[in-house]
Design a protein around this ligand. Sequence first.
Ligand SMILES: Nc1ncnc2c1ncn2[C@@H]1O[C@H](COP(=O)(O)OP(=O)(O)OP(=O)(O)O)[C@@H](O)[C@H]1O
Length: 412
Amino acid sequence: MPLSVVTQQPLHVEEFVRLVEALGPWLPDVEDAPIGVAVSGGADSLALAWLARQWRKNIVAFVVDHGLRAEAAAEARGVAQQLAALGIVTHVLKLAPFPSGRIQERARDARFDALEKACAEAGCIDLLVGHHLHDQDETVWMRSAAGSGSHGLAGIAPVSIRGRIRVVRPLLSVHPERLRGMLRRMGLDWVEDPSNHNRRFERVRWRQDLTSDQRLQSRVWQRQADSQRKKQDEKLAYHLAQYATWHAEGWVFLHKDGLEEHALSSLIRLVAGNKYRPAREKVQSLLRQGQGTLGGVTMQPAGRFGEGVLLVREERAVEKKIPAHSCQVWDQRWLCRVEDIPEGAQIGAVGDYAAQYDGRKLGVPARALRVLPALWYGNEIIRLPQPLSLSEETSFIWAGNVPITGENPVAL
Ligand SMILES: Nc1ncnc2c1ncn2[C@@H]1O[C@H](COP(=O)(O)OP(=O)(O)OP(=O)(O)O)[C@@H](O)[C@H]1O
């Protein structure tokens, strides 16, 4: 029977609770630690917010206004009012304008950055988002069309870590019609975003064109790839635990017996804080050479650190100095924890200043000391990172936001 003929029953609260509880553990339902919900005002996330509110008392909704359409601000206010009427505390997050080009990707990144920050401020460590079964089908199909391997075909992960929060997608196995059915039954209206129908975007074209058979096929691929990915990840985690040592100054020692393609590419991604692993051929060529730079990371023989290699952030690749703020991330890896930052201060690499320190005594490669972050005021360093600082206070903490195994969370 074609899928479209199957009647989709509205989703019930009990089923939602089963789905969401399976993705725990969850903190107790207390005021100080609410669960965040990202709500666009579209049917899926509105349904998610309503269901989450039945599940728990303490939730906080975040509505992001990208400022991309004239009516967006009024729509966001409308959604906030609708949520407030459902007894849900809501914050509207207005994004600063971003440059044109790659608009969907930029909007997504900016949205998740804003959501992560807002969650941290509201005391949420978990954020629910409303991706559903059709989003998963389209993602898998698109990745298959792009020639992805099992990592890509495993699709959107039900749980992923993004910076300081856990992003949870309890509706990934739910047909969207079941969510709309639920909203209709509750008499709740939703907003239709016109960009969801704009065929300029690849995802929209697949959403409109995928047949039921293609959707079924993509679910088969997804399940196979997911189980393959899990096996590969377990193997890699075991391998890294055996051979790799990550150091708090952002560098890695990899034992020679552990030098192989998957381990190396995952560690390069980790040390550089990159979204993606480097291309396979390049990793293989680096392995053949035994040393060199790739993906913003330098690999060199480990020398006094043992038989193997060191992976250190490449000095030429680090971000230039940027204006310093508290909670500012520099070089996509270091979060500034300093509170009382003077006007005009900047975050930049320690650089030549590191020459004053003895890496041997500190147990850190000299190269790794040079690429650590520091707080600069003109040509002076006013806050040093650990282990160069004499103070007990930690001025910078690792915020690489990159998993060691598995895929980087893709903010869809
Ligand atoms: N403007 C926004 N504000 C808050 N959360 C958002 C916003 N846009 C998307 N999200 C979150 O990301 C999820 C997936 O985004 P996507 O663009 O697929 O959703 P949508 O089709 O715009 O809306 P919905 O999923 O609510 O129907 C949403 O379900 C929601 O949780």
